[in-house]
Write a protein that binds this ligand. Structure first.
Ligand code: NAD
Length: 454
């Protein structure tokens, strides 16, 4: 006797930014019918046409493929999403509250409340946004309050799970289709929700992705602990930069030698202008704030220092630039990079863009060039000049500053720039170019983590 296959759960993804658009397209790629929902009408129009509103390698192809097949659709309507989905992933933003360190949970709360208000059928809500520990348990109560008072036969059963997202921008598709691990937090060992999520993630699980099934609090904490660890690793090597900048020594050799120790590892030990983006900075601040609220602030105090080390790297570039050109006022400075990291057009809390803006505010004549992020950067800092090419950016420059390590910049040779610049001055904010070659070609060349010879 052949058993009829159970119908595939239908999936909605609420919030279709970097996380949500990627998750929606990847769920379609795994074979599910998917409906993405966002409150931003422009995003929905673009995505419905198969146009991705941000840069992410490999994602445009998946979006076009599944929008044209009809397996992936987008909407503004909570009613439509509530009627459609069996599993609702929540991927809305959790930014830093303006003027505070804590996370703003207004978007998560609004998304969950609006969904539940519209639900007339049973559903599993799965949080993916990065949230302070304790949020899932609070949302559980919010859901129960929302459902209370509904007439019995009409009240749906609504389960909640927390499934934090670990994707890296620039590698988001690969990280979603084949993650390093899957973490699922549920209340009281909720076996039904766990089983449903095992079906949703059957493909990555079949290829050996580790699955950690745990409670709400652990699931929420895994995400912020991972980010805190990564931020610490970056700030750790940058703290040593502050030493080698004074006494000498080679920060890259130090990192290589440390990295050979398998207990430490070489990744995330690159000295440079430090971390930025829409996650690490706000997540470590939110973790510190949450620990303070819980009366455990002392335990997380080191994160405040990691944040400070990180921000001091930006001051260092300003200092090197000032030393190099003498007076920033009127100096023509070419800034290479605006995105917070290569293979991304994300400029949220980007060290590159922050430094460019600070140089501009000190009177420098700044031209920025980024292979992908010019448009986002211009939206944030319209008063900076943006060049369409590297050549245009460096033309007539008194100083060139490399701040995002795009492949195009890693390949730079002194002779590429020599016919274009006014002065041979370079600051390598990411330690990706061979200093000796540049110096041998007559450049005044400084890099982070190295004693300045200017
Ligand atoms: P984003 O700003 O790109 O996207 C958030 C989206 O949510 C926006 O499109 C916004 O319009 C939408 N939104 C806001 N309120 C809504 C509502 N009530 N209903 C429906 N849509 C709503 O942010 P992101 O980078 O995708 O991050 C989302 C979450 O994922 C954050 O918690 C972030 O920390 C976490 N995260 C992000 C990454 C990453 O690399 N970007 C990785 C892991 C985790």
């Amino acid at each position: 006797r052949i058993e009829a296959a159970a119908p595939q759960p239908r999936i909605t993804v609420i919030g279709t930014g970097y996380l949500g658009a990627t998750h929606a397209a990847c769920m379609a790629e795994l074979g599910f019918e998917v409906l993405g929902l966002d409150v931003d009408p422009l995003k929905i129009v673009a995505l419905s046409r198969g146009e991705l509103p941000f840069h992410e390698p490999g994602l445009p192809e998946l979006l076009v493929k599944h929008v044209s097949s009809g397996r992936l659709r987008f909407t503004n309507s909570y009613r439509e999403a509530a009627d459609f989905g069996d599993v609702h992933f929540i991927g809305v933003g959790t930014p830093q509250r303006p003027g505070e360190s804590a996370a703003d949970l207004a978007y998560v709360d609004a998304a969950v409340a609006e969904l539940v208000r519209n639900l007339t059928r049973d559903a599993l809500i799965v949080g993916k946004s990065t949230v302070p520990v304790g949020t899932a348990r609070r949302l559980r109560r919010l859901i129960d309050d929302e459902l209370e008072g509904r007439p019995e036969p009409a009240a749906p059963r609504v389960a909640l799970a927390w499934n934090p997202e670990f994707l890296r921008e620039g590698r988001a598709v690969q990280d979603t289709l084949a993650p390093d691990r899957l973490v699922v937090g549920t209340d009281d060992g909720d076996a039904e929700s766990r089983a449903l999520l095992r079906r949703v993630y059957a493909a990555p699980l079949a290829t050996g992705t580790p699955l950690i099934e745990t409670d709400f609090e652990t699931a929420e904490l895994v995400k912020v602990a991972a980010n805190a660890f990564l931020a610490t690793k970056i700030s750790f090597i940058n703290a040593f930069s502050e030493i080698t900048e004074v006494i000498g020594g080679d920060i890259t050799t130090l990192a290589d030698a440390l990295g050979h120790d398998a207990r430490i590892g070489r990744k995330f030990l690159n000295a440079g202008v430090g971390f930025g983006g829409g996650c690490l900075p706000k997540d470590i601040r939110a973790l510190q704030a949450r620990a303070d609220e819980l009366g455990a602030g002392a335990a997380m105090r080191f994160l405040t220092q990691m944040d400070e080390i990180n921000l001091r790297r930006r001051d260092r570039v300003i200092h090197l630039a000032t030393q190099s050109v003498g007076l920033l006022q009127g100096a023509r400075i070419a800034v290479l990079g605006a995105a917070f990291k290569p293979e991304s057009d994300d400029v949220r809390d980007s060290p590159a863009l922050d430094i460019a803006a600070r140089l501009y505010n000190s009177g420098a004549d700044v031209t920025v060039y980024d292979p992908q992020a010019n448009r986002n950067a211009a939206a944030r800092f319209p008063r900076l000049e943006y060049a369409r090419s590297l050549e245009e950016a460096v033309s007539g420059a008194d100083l060139v500053v490399l701040l995002t390590e795009w492949e195009e910049f890693r390949r730079l040779r002194p002779r590429d720039l020599e016919p274009l610049v006014r002065e041979r001055r370079f600051i390598d904010g990411r330690n990706v170019l061979p200093a000796e070659d540049w110096k041998a070609s007559g450049w005044e060349f400084s890099a982070l983590g190295r004693r300045a010879d200017v």
